[in-house]
Ligand binder design. Structure first.
Ligand SMILES: NC(=O)c1ccc[n+]([C@@H]2O[C@H](COP(=O)([O-])OP(=O)(O)OC[C@H]3O[C@@H](n4cnc5c(N)ncnc54)[C@H](OP(=O)(O)O)[C@@H]3O)[C@@H](O)[C@H]2O)c1
Length: 493
């Protein structure tokens, strides 16, 4: 079971002075009594994220620790133990400073989580809490009282005056929707992400994925899913700030991504159920994760579960240069399907061919059935995110026993479908939603890993990403719904 140690103290020195010492990942042998020697491996700068310090302790133990995150604006650093002669496993610690408002003093919060051998939990918790943290507070106080102030010129924290973390909400910004309507209804405002309750995690987000579903919600097409005022967004990537009790598969400092059936991702810090969160491998950066998690998992279930794509399957993909479409075409080609794409412009046709389409129909007005029939005699599987405008053409483009997968409704809500319309060619019809394919944490984990593996193997191409600031979420929506975008759109908070 994961052990947790939390300690805090007030240091009688300005925050800039305290931070000047603590941000130096190689400073402990100057002020912490338990540390005999400290050195940074490979001569790296001692405040570079990723650097590794090697401690020799006065009792002879050795510890190697890695700096995972450092924020001068928040006076915060996170680090973990890589290996040690003391039996602390999965040890991750965070140091956070805050200015004390009455007097030029500093609040120092130090917390960690780790695994300990059975029977030694209490002993190791006490060792960390008292031998490392409490002793560290006392040692730093003594050190600061003996040394002269060198500089305190670090910037004021970005959150000054905007609330505080800890038991309060963590300062955040969100693109809020007060009324259903056009992109202009999205307004960026200050907010606060609450501390994680049991089973929850709080994430500092660095990239947020935009999906066409966000547009349906913004327009008020699915009001039950987004009561107002509300925040859009189903997926994002970032770094874990803290976790609630019972959360063990992610830790503070972990780089993560999530896909959550409750909207709310258009913000800079979010608290949400940890079961929707997966850790990111080092090979996948945050922007790629935000651009590809939901869309890649969608491509995965369409190809492998629902569409059962085999070599030679004739697969018709609409919006083939779009977010889901381009991933789907590339992966289907790897499975040796015959991929036919539809797009609205020659420029998109070039992209669709690059992504693996054997044949591309440029049909802004959604008249594609004749071209599909002429090319291959009809489609075995149709992946349709178009909706209203393409119903008749989809029925006409399918071959006998074809499978029409109605994924979305970019051109308008799908009208009621008379089952007898499927009868003429013994067609089947599906109306899936990605969230049902990641209904458990295990399913999400497995599907996410398939996406990362497909990326690493080149079956999925690195996504084409267009970036927008969070405050420009409305402009990003405008681009997506005007059919002007290709690939994935990502918001940067
Ligand atoms: N059910 C699920 O599990 C699931 C999961 C993810 C996505 N989806 C659906 O998959 C589809 C693609 O999603 P995405 O996020 O990757 O978006 P996208 O494909 O990047 O963008 C939508 C594309 O739809 C085409 N389109 C055709 N008529 C349109 C119209 N009247 N207005 C706007 N666009 C129109 C455009 O491509 P052209 O200009 O080339 O026609 C446009 O670029 C959407 O329908 C979405 O709802 C469903």
């Amino acid at each position: 079971m994961l052990q947790k140690v939390v300690r805090s103290a007030i240091i009688d020195a300005p925050i800039g002075r305290v931070w000047e010492v603590l941000r130096d990942f190689n400073s402990h042998d100057q002020w912490h009594a338990v540390v005999d020697q400290s050195r940074i491996e490979h001569g790296e700068p001692s405040s570079r994220v990723g650097c590794v310090r090697s401690f020799t302790l006065k009792d002879g133990n050795r510890i190697r620790e890695q700096l995972l995150g450092l924020s001068d604006s928040e006076y915060k650093s996170t680090y973990c133990i890589l290996d040690a002669t003391v039996p602390l496993k999965r040890y991750v610690a965070t140091v956070t400073l805050k200015p004390v408002t009455d007097g030029d003093r500093t609040f120092w919060h130090w917390e960690s989580s780790f695994e300990a051998p059975r029977g030694r939990e209490q002993e190791l918790r006490t060792m960390v809490a008292e031998g490392v943290y409490e002793a560290g507070f006392a040692n730093l106080r003594a050190y600061l009282s003996q040394t002269t102030v060198r500089s305190s010129v670090l910037p004021a924290p970005a959150y000054a005056g905007a609330g505080s973390a800890g038991t309060q909400g963590f300062p955040s910004r969100e693109a809020r929707l007060a009324r259903y309507g056009g992109p202009e209804e999205l307004e960026t405002v200050a907010s606060a992400a609450p501390p994680p309750a049991p089973g929850q995690v709080r994430i500092r987000q660095s990239a947020i994925g935009i999906n066409f579903l966000d547009i349906y919600l913004r327009r008020g097409w699915i009001p039950g899913m987004l009561p107002l005022p509300g925040v859009l967004g189903m997926e994002a990537a970032g770094t874990v700030i803290d976790v609630g009790t019972g959360v063990t598969h992610v830790l503070p400092g972990d780089r993560v991504a999530y896909l959550c059936p409750q909207p709310g991702a258009y913000c800079s810090v979010r608290t949400l159920p940890a079961r929707h969160v997966v850790r990111l491998p080092s090979t996948v950066d945050d922007e790629t994760a935000a651009a590809i998690l939901l869309k890649g998992i969608t491509a995965d279930y369409l190809l492998h579960d629902l569409g059962r794509i085999r070599p030679g399957t004739r697969l018709l993909v609409h919006a083939a240069a779009g977010g889901v479409g381009s991933l789907l075409c590339a992966w289907a080609k790897r499975l040796r399907a015959t991929v036919i794409g539809t797009v609205s412009s020659e420029e998109k046709a070039r992209i669709a061919r690059d992504q693996g389409c054997e044949h591309v129909v440029v049909a802004r007005d959604h008249r594609f059935a004749d071209a599909v029939q002429a090319f291959c005699g009809g489609a075995d599987v149709i992946v349709d995110g178009l909706g209203a405008a393409a119903v008749d053409e989809n029925l006409a483009a399918a071959d006998r026993r074809g499978h029409w997968i109605s994924l979305g409704q970019a051109s308008g809500p799908l009208p009621p479908l008379d089952p007898d319309r499927l009868l003429a060619k013994s067609l089947t019809f599906s109306r899936p939603v990605v969230f049902d394919y990641v209904a458990t944490q295990r399913e999400l984990q497995e599907r996410a890993e398939r996406v990362w593996r497909a990326l690493a193997a080149g079956a999925l191409p690195a996504p084409r990403i267009e970036r927008f600031a969070l405050a420009a979420a409305g402009a990003a929506h405008q681009k997506l719904e005007s059919r002007a975008s290709t690939g994935s759109l990502v918001l940067l908070p």
